[in-house]
Design a protein around this ligand. Structure first.
Ligand SMILES: C[S@@+](CC[C@H](N)C(=O)[O-])C[C@H]1O[C@@H](n2cnc3c(N)ncnc32)[C@H](O)[C@@H]1O
Length: 391
């Protein structure tokens, strides 16, 4: 089972919620659900996933969201947790009681991803989770979901707070939080031009975490939201004692900022639940991958370092006549292109296996090309995938 497998009991919960609200099964009422989905994402057509203007205050929109967007957000946060906690922070979560804060939690896609992750990878422990959202309706779904959890999952002690997240954080968000998740909410609270405010908001959250604590932000993959997040990163990284844990492998300036033709985001393959695929028969969205951007912030010096020669794939493998190439962002904050001629067999195959967002390195010698920052794999070299979230 992949890390990104969506729990069946969550899907069932949303199906029964939709059946109650729409007064009929998915088969009978899919046209109404689709109508809601089209309305709340009127925007889907132009690939705009942020915003969802006020969906969380309307029962029908929220149920449609629960069947379509919620599973995708679950998978997106799960990817980030997998990379940052499993690969970068193996010491995280040792204490028997963990404190997690989910800001702009909505119905709790990220809270559930955290629970699933902890259940899969950590000794049994108790989780104190505080979910903050402006929508009482969304928080009541989160409570319903937590009540429906199978007993095999870790124990949870939930607190739901209906409040503006900015006011909550301006107050006393701590103390001693182990993890703060802000998923698909930053862009709803801070618009373009408000990078300094968003950076101050995240730094305040960092103050509420002890040394081993983390703040994870997950956002849509659109150029505008990625650009915003990268702008926020630029301001956050300059603060002493702060370490950017992802997507960057370093604290230096981002070579993809400001975004031009390319911008930093992840594209991970996953399998959508059946009900989401069913609804998608009429929506025609790309469902075999989840796309997102993220920012993981920790306190400096307490995390596992990545090997110095590693890079994050910031493009998919691109195939051209007779060769393939992938561009990586290195531990020095530079972009490097690695290419392999198709006739090199294993070298080319190893490069073709890379997914955007994988952490990789070249195993063996690489040949420096005349063009700056370009390298070629000889037949005996390979691209080694060090970590591929969710796999
Ligand atoms: C797109 S949803 C994301 C929900 C959830 N985090 C997820 O990943 O699916 C954004 C959520 O942020 C909440 N939200 C937006 N701005 C807020 C604010 N200023 N204070 C509290 N909640 C806010 C909305 O009510 C909504 O539930």
């Amino acid at each position: 089972m992949s890390e990104l497998t969506y729990p069946l009991w969550v899907e069932k919960w949303w199906l029964s919620q939709a059946a109650r609200i729409f007064n009929g099964s998915l088969d009978e009422k899919s046209h109404l659900l689709l109508e809601k989905l089209r309305q709340l994402t009127g925007i889907l057509a132009v690939d705009r996933e942020a915003g969802f203007d006020g969906y969380s205050f309307d029962e029908k929109s929220l149920a449609a969201y629960g069947l379509f967007q919620f599973p995708q957000n679950f998978a997106r946060t799960a990817c980030v947790l997998d990379e940052i906690l499993r690969y970068r922070c193996p010491e995280w979560g040792r204490s028997p009681r963990l404190k997690v804060l989910d800001l702009g939690s909505g119905a709790g896609a990220s809270t559930l991803a955290v629970l699933d992750f902890l259940t899969a990878h950590y000794e049994p422990k108790t989780l104190d989770v505080t979910a903050v959202d402006q929508s009482a309706l969304a928080l009541s779904c989160l409570t319903g979901l937590l009540e429906a959890r199978p007993r095999t999952q870790i124990a949870v002690n939930p607190t739901c707070v209906r409040q503006d997240v900015r006011n909550f954080v301006a107050g006393r968000p701590g103390p001693a939080l182990d993890l703060v998740v802000v998923s698909f909410c930053l862009n709803e609270m801070f618009s373009s031009g408000m990078e300094p405010e968003a950076a101050a908001f995240l730094l305040r959250l960092m103050d509420a975490t002890p040394d081993g604590g983390l703040v994870l932000v997950v956002e849509p993959a659109m150029k505008s939201t990625c650009g915003f997040l990268q702008g926020v990163r630029e301001l956050v990284r300059r603060n002493q004692g702060i370490e950017i844990l992802g997507p960057c492998l370093q604290n230096e300036a981002c070579p993809l900022f400001p975004p031009k033709e390319h911008w930093c985001h992840e594209v991970r393959s996953w399998e959508a639940p059946e009900s989401t695929r069913y609804l998608n028969r009429k929506l025609f969205r790309t469902l075999d991958v989840v796309k997102f951007s993220f920012l993981a912030i920790g306190h400096a010096g307490v995390w596992a370092r990545v090997p110095e020669d590693s890079f994050r794939a910031v493009t998919p493998p691109v195939r051209e006549k007779g060769k393939g190439h992938v561009t990586g962002c290195t531990t020095y904050g530079t972009l490097e292109r690695v290419e392999a001629l198709s006739r090199t067999g294993d070298a080319a195959k190893s490069l073709a296996r890379v997914q955007r967002g994988d952490l990789c390195r070249v195993k063996g010698e690489r040949i420096e090309l005349k063009e700056k920052q370009r390298f070629r794999l000889p037949a005996e070299a390979q691209v080694e995938i060090l970590f591929s979230p969710g796999i």
